[in-house]
Design a protein around this ligand. Structure first.
Ligand SMILES: [Zn+2]
Ligand SMILES: [Zn+2]
Length: 345
């Protein structure tokens, strides 16, 4: 079968590898589609210190079941989460599941851009393979995980009814966050991005004002105008650029929240006036990744039609053309969300 993987600096190659086999408690999934995430692009650029595994937003059908798996059936449409917390350690007991020390060590094999992949028993046991609702098409299914990262963040920072929210960086995940915030009670939602295409897509749902990120002062003026000069209750930095975080500290109201949501480059530093941060009382809260519980909740919101993500996937490439998928995803004027498709699509 075909498997698209990182092959060193800046290169994706497609290998021909043996099909995975489901051991006891495990399942093998036939890929329908898997989104190309911003963190996948960072891994390709060599900016993300991790195992180098790419593809973590997969949906597909159950291809085979290992011994003892009674909750799923062959042929069933499913979404799969690539990491699971242990649900037992002190970090998990406090509800900080994605910061569980073993969370990011667990993964699917060989990755999400493979025609078939094996899901470990720990994932199956903890609910990381669940039925994809018939109302959710494959393309939208790939957005469950990135959207759930937004839901996890919203729950972590605490969104209050009527809150003003500003999203710095309106890539697919920024737009998903904005739409969820709106659905969950935000009052005004604004945002900024360099790409005109993304700004336009953002304004189709969720974001009232999307401003050009080339002029940061425009974001400041927009937030002041929309919040009666107060500043935003919640500023979401959905990009890893330190300049965007610094801008975010100016957009948040006194006592407001700055959510570090995008992945910063390893080794990047933040240059802000700490006394100002202190005196303004800005709560800086990072949020990383999500859990199968929040993914299931996003699916419920979709099925209940409280959110709509049907317009965000713009490009599809088969596993064999994964390199082209990555190149397209890296051109924000051309593409919103790019997915890699497999044999179950
Ligand atoms: Zn992702
Ligand atoms: Zn844990």
């Amino acid at each position: 079968m075909k498997f698209a993987r990182l092959a060193g600096a800046g290169r994706i190659d497609v290998a021909d590898v043996p099909e995975p086999v489901a051991g006891p408690g495990e399942v093998v999934v036939r890929l329908a589609a898997c989104g190309v995430c911003g963190t996948d692009l960072e891994k390709l650029r060599g900016n993300y210190q991790s195992a180098g595994k790419i593809g973590h937003e997969p949906v597909g059908t159950i291809d085979s079941l290992g011994a003892g798996v009674g909750t799923l059936s062959v042929g069933e449409r499913v979404w799969v989460h690539h990491h699971v917390p242990c649900y037992a350690c002190a970090v998990c007991q406090r509800g900080d599941f994605t910061f569980c020390p073993t969370y990011s060590q667990s993964n699917i094999d060989p990755g999400g851009f493979a025609e078939k992949f094996r899901v470990p028993a720990s994932h199956v046991e903890r609910g990381a393979v669940q039925r994809l609702d018939p109302a959710v098409p494959w393309d939208v299914g790939t957005l469950l995980e990135p959207a759930a990262c937004g839901l996890t963040a919203i729950r972590r920072v605490g969104l209050h009814p009527g809150d003003s929210v500003f999203v710095v960086g309106l890539g697919p995940v920024g737009i998903l966050y904005a739409r969820l915030a709106r659905a969950l009670g935000a009052g005004w939602v604004g945002g900024s991005d360099l790409s005109g295409r993304r700004r336009e897509a953002a304004q189709h749902g969720g974001v009232e004002h999307a401003v050009d990120a080339r002029d940061p002062e425009e974001a400041v003026r927009r937030v002041e105008a929309s919040t009666r000069t107060l500043g935003a209750d919640l500023v979401v930095v959905a990009t890893g650029a330190p300049a965007a975080v610094a801008l975010g500290t100016r957009l948040a109201r006194r006592g407001g929240t700055l959510n570090l949501f995008g992945l910063p480059e390893a080794g990047s530093r933040l240059d802000v006036d700490l006394q100002q941060l202190y005196l303004r009382g800005t709560r800086v809260i990072p949020s990383y990744a999500t859990t199968e519980r929040d993914i299931a909740d996003v699916q419920r919101l979709l099925v209940a039609r409280r959110v709509d993500f049907s317009d965000l996937v713009t490009h599809r490439f088969p596993v064999g053309e994964a390199a082209e998928a990555f190149a397209t995803a890296a051109r924000p004027e051309d593409a919103l969300k790019v997915v890699v498709t497999g044999p179950a699509y």
